[in-house]
Design a protein around this ligand. Structure first.
Ligand code: BGC
Length: 764
């Protein structure tokens, strides 16, 4: 793997610490120190402004804009795309003394430290600012997003003159002029702006999508004089502070951001209502209470989802950073909210959600916050109509889920991906199946899953075709998860996932018919599903072609793959990575190199369908061909390497996944965090070293301890209880919070779990 770690932050088990500020890392640090609470996200930009390179980014889940693309004469190619928009900078601050402005790009400073406390979600920063006159001012900043009241954010600034008494001027406001960096334009029309006695309110509307954002703040500080500055799309209050040597002045800004994504009159009325009562709500907020609630939220969250590693501080920090990001990005507070590939930490990937959600993120939520997993799945139910529209555009029946989306509509302008990749659709079926397999929530599957499954099966029945001799069904002209093979026939992953989707549809239809006749009749009627169609689903599932070479046990990635020219990927010079920047687009398609796992992905998702011998042959064949250009790739390899007892390989891939952003492995963390691969890092410990599998009838474990570690422990929410698992070199210990008698298999042997610790020796 042509990747190398760039260790910049101090290693600490519970904190990310930057000691001394290096401008080279300014943009990367903005991503690393991002805060989020599912509803909104803010990059770790400096409150007081910064004239060097940076991306002040504030994003709201579901607030998006669109852009028209050049119209294509070809059917099925999208002509409009959508992206999450950068919005108002509600942390806007400037600090002035002796006519100088604090700016870490140009000012002299010492003792800089920035700390993201993963245990509490509080971001702090401090430094001593040295003015040209030799005067020194200690500046301390604190911010957090409320985890209880999603619309609320808090900023606190402390100013201490160290060697003088005199005036300090603090400007604080709301800045709607921020451009969306990807388009270079502001996406907001500001409709209303007001200076109030102790705060500011601003209302912005997106330029074309009819959405709104009402930003308001209340200031708390002792000042000598105040005045107001009104600029286009920006309101700022100027405070003249009288500072005394050695005495700390404290400034607090309580912020409330009300976003409106829906455009119905009901949603507009609800938004108006919230804005109308805003001053009352803001006035009642207390910094202490908000902080206490947020600390409590994180304490409860960590109590039930921490992973502890003994003997490896680097990866301990890495995995806690990953878990922290997962909870920040999404915790199921709102049904139908999405997880963008970069979460709410940047503009790359346009804030769009991909198949990553069901294939990589969902397992984290299924086992950490089951309700959140269900809410995440709701998004696909809510956007079934858009997926049906998309199917029509692609000359199919049923539903074709977009490869990248915010609203349910396809946003990917690369037709090779948008038209040829079926994996977003099959991942939806996989997600519903996985959720049901673990929770047994049949009611949800009957009501929300079944309509989707029927429409997905219809798509599969019309997108695929029969071989010339009519004996085999398969998909022609597709691209699998490995995006380095375009327009291939019978991609093994696509065919296998198609077969699984059809089989699951038939299974749910049968169970729903038997157990919930009324719901069944209603859905069948609504969807106009006929017995002939059901029989056809069965027929194509039974005849689905899975390319497989019996003698070697290797699944062929697609028909003809084995005959492609071979490339020794270790001979590609490191400067040529990432390849998509250095090789012509078509060149990457002309050999057997893989961007990311394809057959191996399948072998992880439906692990129990394959023998260890099959896994070994396929791993050993495909792994040396994979360049891991997708950050989703290493974890999958690590998990499977663990299963194959290739310990060193498993550990090597694991380190990469867990510290991908902290160490900027892909050199693009500045664009935003790799949120969905962060989810895979969690899987890496639980599925990899813990050997957990959740695709069978029972939850199974086959733990091992990496030789670099003394022990590790993790927690799993399952069956209404929480499992506490710890592994050291001799034993696996497992108990449950409530002792509800959960059955699991450990190294294939059945056990019933209670509150008392069960000790199982580690298999050698
Ligand atoms: C990967 C896709 C993934 C997308 C978003 C791409 O680089 O190839 O599999 O869905 O990134 O994470």
């Amino acid at each position: 793997m042509a990747k190398s770690a760039d260790i910049y932050y101090k290693v600490d088990p519970w904190r990310v610490v930057e000691t001394g500020f290096d401008k080279e890392y300014a943009v990367v640090s903005e991503s690393i120190f991002s805060l989020g609470n599912e509803y909104m996200g803010t990059r770790g930009s400096f409150d007081e402004g910064y004239s060097g390179d940076g991306l002040i980014g504030n994003y709201f889940n579901g607030i998006y804009e669109g852009a028209d693309l050049e119209k294509s004469g070809y059917k099925g190619i999208i002509s409009r795309t959508e992206f999450i928009v950068n919005s108002a900078d509600w942390l806007y601050t400037r600090i002035e003394a002796d006519g100088e402005c604090a700016d870490l790009n140009t000012s002299t400073f010492e003792d800089f430290e920035r700390v993201l406390d993963l245990k509490t979600g509080i971001l702090t920063r401090s430094y001593t600012w040295i003015l040209k006159s030799g005067k020194k001012v200690r500046l301390e900043f604190e911010r957090f997003l409320s985890m209880k009241e999603a619309e609320i954010a808090v900023q606190k600034i402390k100013i201490t003159p160290l060697n003088f008494s005199g005036e300090v001027i603090l400007y604080s406001g709301i800045d709607f002029t921020q451009i969306h960096h990807m388009t270079g334009r502001s996406m907001w029309n500001v409709a209303d702006t007001t200076f109030e006695e102790d705060g500011i309110t601003m209302l912005g509307n997106t330029v074309s999508t009819d959405q709104s954002l009402f930003v308001s703040c209340r200031f708390q500080c002792d000042y000598e004089e105040k005045s107001d500055i009104r600029e286009d799309k920006k309101l700022v209050r100027r405070f003249l502070l009288r500072a005394e040597e050695g005495k700390t002045l404290s400034f607090t800004k309580l912020i409330r951001n009300i976003s409106r994504k829906g455009t119905t009159s009901q949603e507009k009325d609800a938004f108006q209502g919230k804005c109308a009562e805003n001053s009352k709500i803001l006035a009642a907020l207390s910094y202490e209470e908000l902080k206490e609630d947020t600390l409590k939220w994180w304490e409860d969250t960590w109590n039930d989802s921490d992973i502890a590693i003994e003997g490896d501080e680097l990866n301990q920090q890495g995995i806690r950073f990953c878990i922290f990001q997962m909870h920040q990005t999404y915790h199921g507070a709102d049904k139908g909210t999405i997880i963008g590939a970069k979460g709410l930490t940047g503009e790359a990937y346009s804030g769009n959600t991909f198949w990553d959600t069901e294939a990589y993120c969902l397992p984290f939520y299924i086992f950490n916050n089951t309700e959140a997993a269900k809410h995440l799945l709701e998004f696909r139910y809510l956007t079934l109509p858009e997926a049906m529209e998309r199917a029509k555009a692609l000359d199919c029946k049923g539903a074709f889920y977009p490869i990248a989306t915010i609203t349910g509509r396809e946003c990917c302008s690369l037709w090779q991906h948008a038209s040829l990749q079926l994996q977003a659709s099959t991942a939806v079926a996989y997600g519903y199946w996985h959720y049901e397999n673990i929770t047994g929530d049949e009611e949800f599957i009957f009501e929300k899953g079944l309509p989707i499954l029927i429409e997905l099966s219809r798509m599969l029945a019309t997108r695929g075709d029969w071989s010339a001799d009519k004996t085999r069904y398969g998909f022609y002209g597709v691209m699998g998860p490995d995006e380095f093979q375009m327009m291939v026939n019978n991609n093994c992953y696509t065919n296998y996932m198609g077969k699984k989707t059809l089989e699951y549809t038939l299974d749910v239809l049968a169970r729903c018919g038997a157990k919930a006749a009324e719901i069944y009749q209603e859905i069948i009627k609504d969807r106009g599903l006929t017995t002939e169609e059901i029989e056809y689903f069965r027929n194509i599932a039974e005849h689905m072609y899975i390319p497989y070479e019996k003698e070697t046990g290797i699944f062929e990635q697609h028909e003809g793959y084995f005959n492609l020219p071979h490339i020794d990927i270790d001979k590609i010079p490191i400067e040529e990575f990432p390849l998509y920047h250095h090789w012509t687009y078509d060149r990457i398609y002309r050999n057997d190199m893989l961007k990311q796992p394809d057959v191996l992905m399948l072998m992880l998702m439906y692990n129990r369908d394959f023998t260890d011998a099959q896994l070994k042959s396929n791993y050993e064949y495909y792994e040396p061909r994979c360049i891991h250009e997708s950050s989703l790739s290493p974890s999958v390899h690590s998990i499977l390497a663990s299963q194959l007892k290739k310990e060193e390989e498993a550990y090597k891939f694991f380190g990469f996944a867990t510290r991908m952003d902290l160490d900027n492995y892909n050199r693009n963390t500045g664009e935003g965090l790799h949120t969905t691969s962060i989810a895979a890092a969690w899987m890496n410990i639980v599925y990899g070293f813990g050997g957990m599998r959740s695709d069978g009838k029972e939850l199974t474990f086959a733990p091992a301890l990496p030789k670099e570690w003394k022990s590790y422990s993790f927690k799993i929410h399952f069956g209404g209880d929480v499992l506490f698992v710890s592994v050291d070199k001799d034993n696996m210990k497992i108990s449950t919070k409530k002792g509800s008698g959960i059955q699991v298999l450990i190294y294939e042997k059945p056990y019933t779990l209670g509150q008392e610790e069960l000790v199982v020796p580690i298999a050698r």
